[in-house]
Design a protein around this ligand. Sequence first.
Ligand SMILES: Nc1ncnc2c1ncn2[C@@H]1O[C@H](COP(=O)(O)OP(=O)(O)OP(=O)(O)O)[C@@H](O)[C@H]1O
Ligand SMILES: [Mg+2]
Length: 195
Amino acid sequence: MNFIEPDGATPLDPDERLGLKFSHITTRGQLDELEQSNIEQALGWLSRRRGGDILDDVFVRTLHKRLFGEVWSWAGEYRKTEKNIGVDPLQISSQLRMLLDDARYWVENWTYAPLEAAARFHHRMVQIHPFANGNGRHARIAADILLEDHYHHPPIIWASGFDLQADSNRRAAYITALRAADAGDIMPLLAFVGG
Ligand SMILES: Nc1ncnc2c1ncn2[C@@H]1O[C@H](COP(=O)(O)OP(=O)(O)OP(=O)(O)O)[C@@H](O)[C@H]1O
Ligand SMILES: [Mg+2]
């Protein structure tokens, strides 16, 4: 298994690849399909669930496990290796808790309009990059849960008819907006999410 990753993706290291629960996979397309069907199941669970707060780090991990746990043995566990994106693995747990505390403050004090809070939350989550893979998908869903549960606001139209995982203009705009946010300018990401 050796895939060409789209721009802005983080390659897996050999140990992480060993966590693949299916041995017969040889193409990126097969992996995408397995992950997609796991995600669809998880979205069903998400809509039926009672309780669980996205501003609670245990639930952040539970969500990742639900989304990817059928495919990857390490789903729901913080990554242990360095990536081209993301904080030092030893910093993940504290940085994530800091983000969740900040986001709770934003909600309680109406610091930002809903879409701006969601954009900032999403960007900080992918910048921390808590997991070995699936961070983009997990943090897009997490931002939508924040909107729904804490702002009673409809979800973001992330893909607008395109597949955000594949290389497309929409993906390029998304990655460019995240890089601007890395540099301190949230406006392109805010425009991207429609805020
Ligand atoms: N410069 C950047 N700053 C912050 N986050 C970034 C940057 N570049 C990419 N990302 C995020 O990292 C994600 C890729 O990480 P990862 O491969 O773990 O997630 P994924 O869900 O598998 O990816 P995908 O977006 O392909 O679904 C991107 O989707 C994006 O959210
Ligand atoms: Mg990926």
